[in-house]
Design a protein. Sequence first.
Length: 389
Amino acid sequence: HEQGMGIEVISEPVGNDCGGMKVNNEFSKLLQKILQDESSDPNNTISFPRYLQTDNDPSTLALRHAVINSLLHNEFEMQKVSFGSNAKGTEPLSQADEQEEAEKEVCIKLPFELTDFYGLDKIEEGVEALQDDRIQLEEDVLYIKYSKMREIFQSAVDGILSCIASLLERMRGEIDTIYLVGGFGGCTYIYQKISSLNKSMFEENNIRIIVPKDHSLAVSQGAVMYRLNPDIIHSRVMDASYGTDICATFIPGLHSYKYFIGIDSDGSLQRRDVFFYYVEKGEVISSDEVVTGELIPLSNAAEKMKIDLYSTYDKDVEYIKDEDEKPIPSIRKIGEIEVDMPNEDGLPRERRVVELTMDFSHTEIQVRARYTVNNTEVKATIDFLTDHA
């Protein structure tokens, strides 16, 4: 942050799915195993398939989803917060701490709807099948020792520490403060894990770790601040490369003949599926960055131009498809835009230019394509939540 200049983001955004929901998902997997209600198909990600079978009538299915959500996001959530506030995250645990934690446990009351559906006897069988004395069932309450809760937290902890260590190593000496925000940001257990990492690997950098008073609201407050004053972000580093695919000049001996598609109307050799960059991963862009490129149709007869938009986290990508014309997995189609290109005056294709503009000045990437012959413009906003494949 520079006085009068706003915030400058100096690193590519990094992150993963290792927040509090990751812990909830790990508990959900354990519970499904106990209830003996796991999918036998490894490609099937549906949770509790017997309980949530889709041939139930809609009202029953809605009620059962509500029961599962309440268990995971209310009952277990309270116990997760309790563990996160009381468990020791320091490394290594002292003998006294180990002995103290050996007696501690969380207790999760299973709702009547679940115990009635599966039966307490069957649930007891599921617990015994785990052969883990850190998990016990007494009537309708599941008791889980702190040492087992550590395992439930572990994948989230590993992901968080890996992400932080990677960034601190890459920017060693340039970071002096870490802020922990969001619901998980106030977890004492996570704070101590990060502190242990900081002390063991980056102690010489004197990095402070701060949990803001309103940590759970910090992200939404930041979003409101940005909406009221977009210029608060002066510049940022792109987390991915963005662009489109074009046909480009083919040079024998330099390019693979598997990309050769023929000769255009000007007699130039052409190759297919070339990734045309608008911005590259790691590139610093200003808060008002707008990038424009010019495209021309492949032939004089073209009456429309369909432009596909792509992103990739990989660097030095040359093509969007491989030599066998199969999509490259690391390249994601993020949208498309189509422009009408009437040619009433019979202009040559070189003069039938479409200006494609990517606007990175907003929280979403906005795209517009303008046919320069008649100034017709088409606009779109990139939707990263939709699969455009």
